[in-house]
Design a binder for this molecule. Sequence first.
Ligand SMILES: *Cc1c(COP(=O)(O)O)cnc(C)c1O
Length: 364
Amino acid sequence: MSASLADRMKRVLRADVQGLHGYAVQPSAGMVKVDTMENPFPLPPALRQQLGARLAEVALNRYPAERGDVLRAELAKHAQMPTGCDIMLGNGSDELISLLTLAADVPGNVILAPLPGFVMYELSAKLQGLRFVGVPTTADFQLDAPAMLAAIREHQPAVVWLAYPNNPTANLWDDGAIDAIIEAAPGLVVMDEAYQPFASRDSLARLQRHEHVLLMRTMSKFGLAGVRIGYLIGRAPLIHELDKLRPPFNISVLNCEAALFALEHTDEYERQAAVIRCERARIFEALRALPGVQPFPSEANMVLVRVPDAAAIFAGMKARQVLVKNVSGLHPLLANCLRITVGTPEENTQMLAAFEAALKDTTA
Ligand SMILES: *Cc1c(COP(=O)(O)O)cnc(C)c1O
């Protein structure tokens, strides 16, 4: 008798993977979708036409080739990559997180990050069988510098991840705390700047100053979430080693060409980012004026907000066709917090109306 598929799966597949919940994408058809930090603006029709024509010329029958090097060069220019550094591309920065974790898969190695933070650092570490140490932030989501330094001393982490701005809290960290962490870290420190287009500061100078600091960015929040292009910049010998782990054709020719096109039109994306930063301020002020509602200052294209009852407000907004992210369950410090992505001005008006109506329902 041959074993059933269920038996085979049980025997062949990792038990920890079978026990995992996969990354869930909320269904969003017909909704005002402000749950995943996407840029809400499409390209103007004329640019879309040009892009279509460009993509039509791409040789889909060929494996990705030198065009990827052109994209690397253009991104290096865009990010003002310092001399002595090199750049590698990922299928989104999520892939780069996996690859760096894979590269650091040495028995006993520890991965460390502040919490609440981006879930992929911990998930990648666990999938790789590495220990993850999460260090709670303060109650107002600042780095707890003494706790971070104590954890670094105790665990000697191979990699420290610092999302700058952080997700889901949307804030930048204190410069002094970052510098102390970089000084103390015995391994690598990655500044994950997914939200750089919306932030008032970046880590270029830190990358320049410290050989063990890496800078990771993505085109996702910039406006190409569907295209999947992330990039990692660090000292050339280090990037050379990490790049050996990259699947050779991880960037599709269509993704590559769409990214190059976007880099030729950064003025358009900069206009969009400016509107988003302006709308972020409007959302913050509108939320702050509501009773029992505490928005947290944002340097990203999202606003974290504490409400009296996150589940009820989430449901009330959803019933009004507005989809936000309820992050309450991700960490105890996020109790009753919702994360709202900045949408178009019209979407934000709808979102705020739905928020207010849902809030009234819960206090009625
Ligand atoms: C969204 C996000 C990423 C991942 O972006 P990709 O779409 O995979 O490039 C990385 N880091 C942080 C902090 C994010 O919020």
